[in-house]
Design a protein around this ligand. Structure first.
Ligand SMILES: [Zn+2]
Ligand SMILES: [Zn+2]
Ligand SMILES: [Zn+2]
Length: 106
């Protein structure tokens, strides 16, 4: 599978800014699911949440790629290309960078 996202170079090693949606925590609001910005580590709530802070963060900053911040979920999504993909598990501390080349000869 080749990715059609042209923004993978914007993925950084980020530290999550909070364990919940930053904005919702400040206002005492609730959320459905959490998304982690892969450019700066901002944690925001998903589009199923009433405040949609992850999307608002993209609109405000232009950071295109988010990752699910839910336990056991390992997918990312690009707002610009509107594609999502599953990240391969990190190998040997490689940091979980997306590998797009399929294994050959197996
Ligand atoms: Zn993209
Ligand atoms: Zn929120
Ligand atoms: Zn960001």
């Amino acid at each position: 599978m080749n990715l059609i996202c042209a923004h993978l170079d914007q993925i950084r090693e980020v530290t999550p800014s909070a364990q919940g949606c930053e904005e919702c925590l400040q206002t005492g609001d609730t959320w459905a699911h959490l998304r982690l910005c892969r450019s700066c580590g901002h944690v925001g709530c998903c589009d199923s949440s009433k405040n949609k802070h992850a999307t608002k963060h993209f609109n405000a900053t232009g950071h295109p790629i988010i990752k699910s911040f839910e336990p056991g979920e390992n997918w990312s999504y690009c707002y610009i290309d509107q594609v999502d993909w599953e990240d391969l598990p990190a190998r040997g501390g490689a940091g979980g960078r997306v590998q797009t080349l399929p294994p050959k000869g197996q």
